[in-house]
Ligand binder design. Structure first.
Ligand code: ACM
Length: 634
């Protein structure tokens, strides 16, 4: 995929060599923004005029405005008060704005935000904050800033109602504080859905009453450090103390925290594959209960992917579709999950379920005969339909990864299209509600830059590819595409800082793809805005990846078999300087202009990118051995 990423969306060569800060840097791009004349300056006493039903929005705005500015911010409900900022709910709904749209009108004396619903006011506040100087993101008082915003008229509303990020808290556990921090960052970009991937081979993260082993056993593995997926198999004496889980009170707290920021949380319980934590807790849920001493995975190899999908399981990580106990287990789990999470959908996984242990199971053979199932796909289909019935019996809608379409799943099942958009396109014609989350564009766990510069993952999705994401692709029935989201799997993500690094700036690109009108997307404008948001994130102390400034290294061989290096960057206006003499290049070193030949005896190449006279990329070192490998046969 790395090389595919070198074909970029049409770059705007008129942008010139140096980045110019855009006049407005709102992400996602609003539907319409009109500049009028003048500025509004925040007075020393800021008066927000609002009504009690807007309390969540007012409290949020009060904190955002008072902490960095030191201004006294008060709230009045009395319409005759001299307001600085007025929040208004339309008495008669403005049909264009829908449930989440808003209008902002800024004049030199007053800021007005109007919406049909409080969610719209909240998104209006997000845009307003992005009109203030970047220091508005500070968590402490900043002096000597002129707290002004330009006068504008904004009308804005989302393209899609479901604008999500998936956070995998199973592969590595993330604390409640981490999840809240993640929510805080996502709401700035008008995301409204957090999909929590709560269970997997590496951990079961939600307390289920009556099934204590799920969290006594299933939430813990052995802490390993390095490259996940190739760890040594833990010995019996290694302590299983790494992990954690959310109590049901923790879950309620997270749901409320999200709700107060207009975010719904969708839970995912991933079955029948990806279920080793459940099976390690209750081995009789598998088709092979006595065969193996099951253990929650600690990053050792448990799947063989060399034959493609479905993978060959080296250890049975599946629930057994032929076992009635599995359905009573799932009934217990789903009953409690349905009671905890107010969101309409429960996601039940369904991806990448290995078949090899089922194929050998007498119970599965008997099930196939009894139910007339022809193959393992139909066995999984039988399972999915039963799980769908359980979910629906609790008053919830059932969702799964696109593999659940492998058999005739009823149209009431929501489909999360991940293997490619094609599955979502097909599902839309079968009248399933579809969430688009194609791995080709929005898998936020994949590397953002050259493999030598990032924690290693099996593939790469550079920012331009994410920005190309169209959640409603040609060929789909748009009526059934209800949303899009980015997915952050966390096999290689050990902490919240790295979770942020992987999410941003690609999370900006996903946000703009799911909120902004397609015709408003513009790569050059987006990159300019991204740079402003990097500065905002520096102030907010949210981590992001600067990988967009670093080149990808491509190697080839000349006619006389010498290694040639090509350096590819995704944005214009960068200069790359390099060395082969092991020293650290700066802008007084050779500048890269075309493929360079690696000197015969060199062992390292170092490069750094500059914009003008400022270093902007990271100092990157690649070994000549690696370049030789990439160049192929000598
Ligand atoms: C998935 O990425 N296995 C849904």
């Amino acid at each position: 995929m790395g090389s595919e990423n070198t074909t970029l969306p049409a770059a705007d060569s008129s942008a010139g060599p140096l980045s110019r800060a855009p006049e407005f840097a709102i992400i996602p791009e609003p539907v319409s923004l009109l500049k009028t004349s003048g500025h509004f300056t925040l007075p020393d006493n800021v008066v927000i005029l609002a009504t009690p039903e807007m309390k969540l929005v007012v409290d949020y705005l009060k904190e955002k405005l008072s902490v960095p500015t030191g201004k006294f911010v008060a709230e009045y409900n009395n319409t005759s008060a001299p307001a600085s900022i007025r929040l208004m709910l339309n008495s008669k709904a403005n049909a264009v704005l829908g449930n989440e749209g808003y209008q902002i009108s800024i004049t030199p004396t007053l800021i007005v935000i109007k919406a049909n619903k409080t969610a719209g006011l909240f998104y209006g506040v997000q845009s307003l904050l992005q009109l203030f100087p970047k220091e508005i993101e500070s968590k402490e008082l900043i002096k000597d800033i002129n707290w002004t915003v330009p006068c504008v008229e904004v009308t804005d509303y989302p393209r899609l109602a479901w604008r999500g990020l998936m956070f995998d808290v199973a592969r590595h556990f993330f604390t409640k504080k981490d999840v809240k921090q993640y929510i805080d960052a996502m709401v700035r970009y008008k995301y409204n859905l957090l999909h929590l991937h709560l269970t997997d081979d590496e951990g079961w993260r939600i307390e289920i009453k009556g099934l204590p082993k799920l969290t006594e056993v299933g939430a813990w593995n052995v802490k390993k450090t390095g490259e996940f997926g190739s760890f040594s198999t833990p010995g019996p004496d290694e302590p299983r103390t790494y992990g954690g889980f959310y109590t049901q009170d923790d879950i309620r707290e997270l749901i409320q925290y999200a709700k107060d920021r207009f975010v719904d949380i969708m839970p995912e319980i991933d079955v029948p594959g990806h279920s080793l934590a459940a099976v390690a807790s209750y081995p009789d849920l598998s088709c092979t209960p006595a065969a193996i001493n099951y253990r929650v995975r600690s990053g050792e190899k448990i799947m063989d992917w060399s034959h493609g999908a479905p993978p060959i399981a080296l250890l049975d990580n599946t629930l057994c579709p032929a076992n009635e106990r599995v359905y009573s287990f799932l009934d217990t789990v789903i009953t409690q999950v349905a009671a905890l999470f107010p969101f309409e959908y429960i996601h039940m996984g369904g991806d990448e379920a290995p078949e090899n242990f089922w194929q050998k199971s007498d119970a599965i053979k008997a099930l196939m005969q009894r139910e007339g199932l022809k193959d393992m796909r139909q066995v999984q289909g039988y399972f999915e339909k039963r799980v769908q019935k359980i979910v629906e019996s609790k008053g919830k809608k059932f969702m799964g990864w696109d593999e659940i379409m492998n058999s005739d799943i009823p149209a009431s099942a929501g489909i999360m299209s991940w293997r490619s958009s094609q599955f979502g396109i097909e599902a839309s014609h079968l009248k399933h509600e579809v969430i688009m989350t194609p791995q080709t564009n929005v898998y936020l766990d994949l590397m953002q830059g050259d493999v030598i510069t990032e924690p290693k993952v099996y593939n790469t999705v550079r920012l331009p590819k994410t920005y190309e994401f169209d959640p409603v692709p040609a060929g789909a029935d748009p009526k059934y595409i209800i949303g899009g989201q980015g997915n952050l799997w966390t096999e290689q993500i050990y902490n919240i800082r790295q979770a942020e690094y992987m999410t941003w700036p690609r999370g900006y690109a996903v946000a703009e793809s799911v909120w902004s009108p397609k015709e408003k997307k513009n790569w050059t404008n987006f990159i300019g805005k991204m740079e402003e948001h990097f500065k905002r994130m520096d102030i907010a102390e949210t981590k992001y990846a600067p990988s967009i400034y670093d080149p990808i290294f491509k190697a080839s061989r000349s006619a006389d078999r010498q290694v040639m290096v090509e350096l590819i960057t995704d944005i214009d206006g960068l200069d790359i300087y390099y060395s082969f003499d092991n020293s650290f290049p700066d802008r007084f070193y050779p500048k890269y202009t075309e493929k360079v030949t690696v000197p015969k005896d060199a062992s390292l190449m170092r490069v750094i990118t500059y914009r003008g006279n400022k270093p902007i990329g990271r100092m990157i070192t690649i070994s000549v051995d690696e370049l030789n490998k990439r160049a192929g046969k000598r």
